[in-house]
Design a protein around this ligand. Sequence first.
Ligand SMILES: *Cc1c(COP(=O)(O)O)cnc(C)c1O
Length: 382
Amino acid sequence: MNPIYLDHAASMPVHPDVVAAMVPYLTEHFGNPSSIHGFGRKVRLAIEDARETVARALGTDPARIVFTSGGTEADNLALFGPAFAHREKGKTHLVTTQIEHHAVLEACQHLERLGFSVTYLPVDRTGRVDPDDVARAIRPETVLVSVMYGNNEVGTLQPIAEIGRICRERGVYFHTDAVQAFGVEPIDVATLSVDLLTVSAHKIGGPKGVGALYVAREVVMYPHLFGGNQERKRRAGTENVPGIIGFAKAVEIAMAEREKRRERYRALRRLMLSVWEARGIDHVVNGHPEAFLPHVLNVSFPGVDTETMLMNLDLAGIAASSGSACTSGSLERSHVLKAMNLPPEVVDSAVRFSFGPGNTEEDVRAAAERVADIVERLRGRK
Ligand SMILES: *Cc1c(COP(=O)(O)O)cnc(C)c1O
């Protein structure tokens, strides 16, 4: 059976053009971008071109882009940077949500251990945060609000523009983790009232280990790596040159194909659901019915436990995910589904399928049929 990869929200295959763009920076263009000689200058120019590409895709200027080692580091920097810089002014409170990626949640827990206080806002059953809750949670000592753009487990999109407006009005920084949204949603930092925004290369067809943080001009932040002047002293260390070059290439491709990809993912999603409907497979779609990331489909098959399902899918050649963090091979219950207050039989049977540019209709139909076979088999056994 040919394997079918439906876990693009975890990582995407690297586009061949991305690999091709990176190779010269692993071979002949090896100079250190901080060097003043020609070897270095050549690489510096390439990095600044890449920065321009990433900036343009987000609707901003190159000076506002900080390259990082990925989404996790960008999220950490977005929280620690402003928090540490404003601590002396008595700004010791942050607001986030219960459904953030662990890169935000665990950074917040670290800040709590350092004496900051954090409010973790609830969500409704579709996974949406209420902007009024954000407004109510902001206090005089609040430095920053962090609400993700689109959720990686269930795909729910947040009312980012509205939350951004509230934060602007109240004079607090607004960070959004846009790792999953970038490449499928049109993102323009200027119209969103966002001060900090996280993106990652390997979720859009670029290499792993590189990402970026958009930082608005107004943001005062403390660096979190020391030892050099790179990234305007906000993130020291010799740049991941091949990674950055590959990232920019992936951004170029993703931007050119964005609308096409959105349409395609929506069609693949409908196709999958239609197979289960036609076969009378009882299922529940998790997330928001309209405001969702097109490449993420989180679905529960009540009575069929997630782990059993994933093992059977793997045997059937289908790569999917629980959507939640895997700790040494054993599944933890999803903090996102729990926060959504879904019934236990829905939480315990949720599976995330996520589409990518390489998925064909045939593959997705075949996958849906195999899923249906497994569900029928497992349900029949009881
Ligand atoms: C994958 C992911 C991250 C982490 O990005 P890495 O580049 O893998 O460190 C952060 N946030 C979200 C929403 C993600 O999906």
